[in-house]
Design a protein around this ligand. Structure first.
Ligand code: C2E
Ligand code: CA
Ligand code: CA
Length: 822
């Protein structure tokens, strides 16, 4: 902002004011020449004089203001009393005051305007005293962008030496430094005693207590910013320290019907780096507020077309203008009226006449505060906008962001050729289980740790989002040829090989991932990309988790196959398509038959045999699983009874139940009475529940187990070793058998990891006085090892695959001599 020849501009306005006085002098003199004054005349005169009272002092004529306001009081009284004769002498006296002024054309008082020094390049020299190197680097980097020359110091000793050689324009100083916990303040205190005028200082500190702040102020701090720093705030503080004016000029709106007066105010405010817009017609005010965005409004109380209070009330009707302070200006000295004005629309009241210096001081203080409030409001608004598209726990962008971003990337990819664009949709395997077993705090920690690992493979153009729960998405955005999608997926999977440390526990956390690729030239929508990712993820889970699957059209078909299977499964029971196979369990040496496990088979007329691995998960997602369980229970009991009737000794048979059924108390009550119906003892049946099911620390599981055992069933824990159950938890449960999961039996003793896990489980069984069985034994070597470490029982293809009921009957008969009861 430049004001050339300031004095001249103001002089011109003064001359125009004197011209106005001449007009007033003439008008009033003419009225006084009449014999009598009408009410209307007196009212007219009052309006003219009112304006003079409010403006005289502004132009340097305090006498006029004073005289006019006395005169106005008098006129008001005369109007009230309807006594218009008495005003003549009073007016004549006031006229003589004006007359004197006009006659003498007095020398206009010279307004003192200090020329501003142009800023030299050295003004950009800033010293930064900060022993946190990372923060110092960050601040310096940001300030360099604004063209400052920043010199870094990490101790008082260093900066002290430098400051006496070259004076900087400002100092940014930390408080806690190697020299002591208030070393920054002590040093500033010391140099301010010597260096005059003092160097502007901005303190930045973690400390926020009153005493430290007070010491900083006493040492002569210009600003005190608490860490974590808001860079925008630091930049503004620095700018104001160096240039002695606001980062951007303040914006003030002046609403006054007296153009001349308004211009006089404006001129003065401009000197203080305040941009001013003048509105003389209240009708235009709102439009101008929208355009100019004032930080403060100065509003004249008395205007002919619409008074200030009315206009203030109208302005206040816009919620977005509600925080702009409105300051009334008026000659009104009646405190009650002032309060009325403030109550209805305004924040403050300035009594006219206002001398220019007075106005700028008043306005500066208020507009500074207004800007500070605006500044925090903006921060808050940015924060809220940030929250809308970010996740609280990890700070990552959320699903809203992802959708927006896919839209953006897609339209970008359609325009520029050669883009590798992919959505990788992930979820943590068995997360709800981990959460149940380890607790929510640990669950949160896992979510954060997984996010950290994932972000380590990203480049700047990629983004990682948390979609909620345990779901994440990576938006891969690379130039073609930069990376191959399969390689990238493998990199992601490799991140989860190393175990996680959560509190005192060490555990493996794995992900399943579905990938949908943008095909160049295809007219794909964001919705289609997301859906494809979701379908691919579903297939990754079906395929056994801890892997990734690229979307293909076939998958959409598979998905519809699953929907079809579900509807077919509903009819399977009635159509007699289900069957039970029996897989024997043997003593570890393979010699004795000790029991069997009933395994479900589905013979579909069109597609043939369907594996339970495929249809059990489908049944578990609907209520079908319960119907199936009833069917299995009944069929198994029926079969045992048939065998018994043939006079053979049937070993205990195990059936598998899922977690879903146990939640239903009716189910439990129903099944405990089923064996009786077939005339068999409940002890002839064992219930297999996976470790995942029992590791849930829900009370209904414990209740269910107790209900089952008290009815006479024994309990086996299936897939043991995969469910993260705690020892304490296990000991409280009525368990008869641990079944080591097949994955830990594979390739023992060759596989050292598996060998030690199997052996640990066997030792655990001994401690708990529970039998241990190894599932899925396929080789002699595995069997020999298991026998050696003391595992009691074995099940697996080595000794027998699951058998049809007739084949199992043969087996029982051939072992008739040595059946041992588990
Ligand atoms: P599971 O309870 O762990 O059953 C063991 C599975 O491993 C069976 O597969 C069995 O055929 C297979 N298996 C046994 N020995 C070996 C071996 O040496 N090598 C290999 N590679 N596999 C072996 P199946 O019958 O396909 O059953 C799969 C899963 O389906 C079962 O796993 C069980 O979780 C579920 N399931 C089966 N029948 C039922 C049922 O009636 N109800 C419920 N809820 N689930 C069932
Ligand atoms: Ca089983
Ligand atoms: Ca199993």
């Amino acid at each position: 902002m430049r004001i050339k020849n300031t004095e001249g501009d103001f002089g011109a306005i003064r001359r125009r004011f004197i011209k106005r006085l001449k007009g007033v002098y003439k008008d009033i003199t003419a009225l006084l020449k009449q014999d009598t004054l009408s009410r209307e005349d007196v009212e007219n005169i009052r309006n003219i004089i009112h304006k003079l009272a409010g403006s005289g002092a502004t132009f340097g004529f305090s006498g006029i203001s004073l005289g006019a306001s006395y005169c106005e009081d008098y006129l008001v009284r005369a109007l009230n009393e309807e006594n218009f004769k008495s005003v003549k002498p009073q007016l004549t006296t006031f006229l003589s005051v004006i007359g004197e002024l006009i006659e003498f054309h007095p020398d206009e008082p010279v307004l003192e305007v200090k020329p501003r020094m142009p800023l030299s390049r050295e003004a950009k020299h800033v010293y930064l005293l900060e022993d946190d190197h990372e923060l110092a680097g960050y601040i310096a980097g940001e300030l360099l962008l604004d063209d400052y020359q920043v010199v870094l110091f990490s101790s008082v000793a260093e900066i002290n030496e430098a400051v006496y050689k070259v004076l900087p324009a400002a100092i940014i100083a930390d408080i806690i430094l190697p020299e002591g916990s208030e070393a920054g303040i002590d040093w500033v205190n010391a140099i301010n005693k010597v260096i005059k005028p003092p160097i502007p200082v901005i303190f930045i500190s973690e400390k926020g207590d009153f005493n430290t702040r007070l010491n900083a102020v006493r040492a002569g701090a210009d600003y005190y910013l608490k860490k974590p720093l808001i860079m925008k705030q630091l930049k503004q503080a620095l700018y104001e320290s160096v240039y002695k004016k606001p980062y951007t000029p303040y914006r003030v709106m002046l609403i006054d019907d007296d153009q001349l007066l308004a211009e006089a105010f404006k001129l003065d405010l401009l000197h203080h780096d305040i941009n001013v817009t003048i509105v003389t017609e209240p009708f235009n005010a709102v439009e101008e507020i929208e355009r100019f965005k004032p930080e403060l409004i100065l509003l004249d109380l008395y205007m002919p077309s619409c008074n200030g209070i009315e206009l203030g009330q109208i302005i206040r009707q816009w919620p977005e203008f509600a925080s702009i302070p409105i300051v009334f200006m008026s000659v009104e000295r009646d405190v009650r009226k002032q309060l009325d004005a403030i109550r209805l629309a305004g924040d403050d009241f300035l009594v006219k006449p206002i001398e220019p210096w007075q106005l700028s001081v008043q306005v500066l203080a208020r507009v500074r505060r207004a800007r500070m409030i605006n500044f925090y409001q903006e921060e808050l608004a940015t924060e809220i906008a940030h929250q809308k598209i970010h996740d609280q726990l990890t700070g990552l962008p959320n699903r809203n962001y992802m959708e927006l971003k896919i839209h953006e990337l897609l339209s970008d990819a359609k325009l520029t050729k050669g883009k590798l664009l992919a959505l990788l949709w992930m979820d943590i395997d068995n997360f709800s289980h981990l959460n149940d077993v380890l607790g929510h705090k640990a669950g949160d920690q896992i979510i954060i740790d997984v996010a950290n690992r994932l972000s380590s493979v990203l480049s700047n153009s990629d983004s990682l989002c948390r979609l909620g729960g345990d779901e994440y998405a990576i938006l891969l955005n690379r130039e073609n040829g930069q990376v191959d999608i399969e390689t990238f997926c493998k990199e992601v999977m490799a991140l989860f090989v190393a175990p996680f440390k959560i509190g005192s526990e060490t555990l493996r956390v794995t992900l399943s991932m579905g990938v949908s690729l943008y095909v160049e030239g295809a007219d794909t929508t964001a919705h289609e990309i997301i859906k494809a990712g979701d379908i691919a993820l579903y297939h990754a889970k079906l395929a056994g988790r801890n892997n990734y699957v690229l979307f293909s059209e076939k998958m959409a078909e598979r998905l519809s196959r699953n929907l079809w299977l579900e509807s077919e499964l509903r009819r399977s029971i009635d159509k007699d398509q289900l069957d039970l196979f029996y897989q024997p369990k043997f003593s570890a040496d393979g010699k004795q038959l000790v029991g069997a496990e009933a395994l479900l088979r589905w013979h579909h007329p069109e597609i043939g045999l369907i594996s339970p691995e495929e249809f059990i998960p489908i049944a578990e997602r609907s209520s079908l699983i319960t119907d199936i369980a009833y069917w299995v229970m009944n069929s198994c009991c029926y079969q045992i009874n048939v065998w018994k009737e043939q006079g053979v000794c049937v070993p205990p048979i195990a059936i598998n139940l899922s977690a879903r059924e146990l939640e239903d108390p009716d189910f439990l009550n129903d099944i405990v009475v089923i064996p009786e119906r077939y005339n068999i003892a409940p002890g002839a049946l064992q219930i297999e529940l996976t470790e995942r099911t029992v590791a849930k620390q829900d009370s209904f599981i414990v209740n269910a187990l107790n209900r089952l055992t008290s009815a006479g069933f024994s309990i086996a824990i299936d897939d043991f070793g995969t469910g993260y159950s705690s020892l304490k938890n296990l000991q409280q449960m009525p368990i008869s058998l641990l079944k080591i999961d097949r994955s830990f039996v594979i390739n023992v003793p060759e596989d050292k990891g598996n060998s030690s896990i199997t052996e640990t489980i066997v030792r655990l069984g001994e401690k708990m006085a529970v039998d241990v069985l190894a599932e899925g034994v396929e080789t002699e070597a595995e069997a020999a090892f298991l026998q050696e470490i003391g595992c009691q029982y074995i099940q697996g293809f080595l000794y027998s695959k699951p058998l049809q009921s007739s084949n199992f009957l043969e087996l029982i008969k051939s072992h008739a001599s040595g059946i041992e009861i588990v």
